[in-house]
Design a protein around this ligand. Structure first.
Ligand code: PLP
Length: 280
């Protein structure tokens, strides 16, 4: 497998990462995960826009989007993986450990590609989730390398035999540890508004477009844990998990536990967007 670090494409086993990369010491950087279906990028521009925006939010300025696109395009071409995901991160730079930004350090890019198939079983059968307190910082709209709270809360799900942990602030649901959360009640689709309390998922945005296209009423309005548990349908979204139905929350079943009708319509819309990639 060929990966990329700090200006060079190399075989994985030939890459050595600089231990003064600020990604290690401080998680001082941002990242993206982009999906490749049948050799085509899905929503590439949206991901690269968000990467540059996340970077500028933490004062890593001057990234050139075309160069980043060139790196991951090369990565895709050098690895013959038809269906996969590309991880790309940008750190503030390389310098001996010191909190303040290093003068003159250049951002460092790391990128690799993995094979990945669609999560068909979970998209059909649904998953269980648990809920937990959201104690993250107040810049959750930045796709930062700092994922300690997300990692610890995901681990709680794993230990509970669940798939994801959904976070709440004072009973108000924000998002999952690596997903956005939607509910359907009384025919209306609802998700947390895109503000500093969540990452505005690219999949989330695609779902809202599908809702609009298919005339499903939706609201970007917060909901509570109680509303989550009482919903007719619940699903989570992300680049790798796509649109995954939730069958139970904290061990309590959602409706009859099977995939809901609106969830099904959204999944069909999403499939259509993926298939269109290869028709143009
Ligand atoms: N929220 C968080 C905290 C995430 O880490 C992610 C993705 O990993 C998402 C939401 C979903 O974002 P996207 O649909 O762009 O993958």
């Amino acid at each position: 497998k060929i990966s990329y670090y700090n200006g060079e494409f190399k075989r994985d086993d030939e890459i050595s990462v600089d231990y003064n990369d600020r990604a290690f010491y401080f998680g001082d950087g941002v990242y993206e995960v982009v999906r490749v279906y049948d050799n085509e990028f899905f929503t590439l521009e949206e991901h690269m826009d968000r990467l540059v925006r996340s970077a500028s939010e933490i004062e890593i300025n001057g990234l050139e989007q075309e160069k980043l696109i060139e790196i991951i395009t090369q990565l895709k071409e050098r690895n013959s993986i038809e269906n996969g995901s590309i991880y790309i991160q940008v750190s503030r730079g390389i310098d001996p450990r010191n909190h303040a930004y290093p003068a003159g350090a250049e951002p460092v890019v790391l990128a690799y590609m993995n094979a990945l198939s669609r999560p068909s079983l979970q998209m059909e059968n649904g998953v269980g989730i648990i809920t937990a307190n959201d104690y993250r910082w107040l810049k959750c709209h930045v796709k930062s390398l700092n994922l300690l709270a997300n990692v610890m809360e995901k681990e709680r799900a794993v230990r509970a035999g669940a798939h994801e942990t959904v976070l709440h602030r004072d009973g108000v649901v924000t998002e999952g540890s690596s997903t956005n959360v939607f509910i359907v009640s009384e025919g209306v689709l609802r998700t947390h508004p895109a503000n500093h309390l969540i990452l505005n998922g690219i999949t989330r945005q695609e779902v809202l477009k599908i809702a609009q296209e298919r005339e499903i009423e939706y609201q970007e309005k917060p909901f509570t844990i109680d509303e989550l548990k009482a919903a007719d349908e619940v699903f989570i979204t992300s680049t790798t998990q796509e649109v995954t139905p939730v069958s139970n929350v904290d061990g309590e079943r959602i409706a009859d536990g099977s995939k809901g009708k609106i969830t099904q319509v959204i999944q069909e819309g999403f499939n259509q967007k993926i298939h269109k990639l290869n028709l143009v």
